[in-house]
Design a protein around this ligand. Structure first.
Ligand SMILES: [Zn+2]
Length: 229
């Protein structure tokens, strides 16, 4: 079972990807990490992507899809993937569908973590990060015990410059502008599941798992079994 997770910055997507991977026995496949790994390993695809990446340019879609396919091929169909960060556009989604079909694979479900724009803005503008280890805190939803100090390592908390309200608003505009088309694309394929992302991470996870089990419980059991071996 292959899943795509879609959510805006601040929607809790990273946490959900991790929880779903653990609970369903899926291989996490975050496009950004995949890219850094391939470059670090000096694979053919990694070498082709490196120049774009180093310049800060977008890496061409066919290279990213190639990396995803390589991961799927490595897993040999025994364990599904949970994709995060890709696709973002309809042409990317089409290319991914076509290439997966060449491996007799497909995207089975797309989960959209729905969080209203205002709430995302609010969450992100209260986000603070610790200097030492990058632990994430939120002065509203998850405050540290002592203001401005990380509970884990005692280091100072700061706000990333790109978490400034104006920049966050711009990124959210781009996200919603792109994503609405993508959601429509997967909805027409009957694969889209919208999960209310405003609840606690555990609650959001439980809802997503329930929806996926209802969709294909047998495939999930198989993939859990394969992953535990
Ligand atoms: Zn810390």
């Amino acid at each position: 079972m292959n899943i795509i997770l879609i959510g805006a910055q601040g929607s809790g997507k990273g946490t959900q990807a991790q929880l779903l991977a653990e609970r369903l026995g899926l291989a996490p496949c975050a496009s950004g990490e995949l890219l850094r790994e391939e470059i670090a390993n000096g694979t053919e695809l990694g070498r082709a992507a490196k120049d774009y990446y180093d310049r800060g340019d977008l890496v061409p879609d066919d290279l990213v899809v190639g990396m995803i396919l390589a991961r799927v091929r490595d897993l040999d169909g025994a364990v599904g993937i949970i994709l995060d960060g890709f696709p973002r556009t309809i042409p990317q989604a089409r290319m991914l569908d076509e290439q997966l079909a060449s491996l007799q694979q497909r995207i089975d479900a797309v989960i959209y973590l729905a969080v209203p724009r205002e709430q995302l803005l609010d969450r992100l503008s209260h986000r603070y990060i610790c200097r030492q280890n990058g632990h994430v805190w939120n002065t509203k939803t998850r405050p540290p015990a002592l203001p401005g100090i990380c509970d884990y390592d005692g280091s100072e908390l700061y706000q990333r410059s790109d978490d400034a309200a104006e920049k966050v608003a711009h990124r959210l505009d781009i996200f919603f502008g792109e994503t609405i088309h993508l959601l429509d694309y997967y909805d027409r394929q009957g694969k889209l599941f919208q999960v209310d992302g405003t609840a606690s991470p555990e609650e959001v996870n439980a809802r997503a798992v329930t929806r996926l089990m209802a969709l294909n419980g047998a495939a999930i059991s198989r993939t859990q079994e394969a992953a535990s071996q």
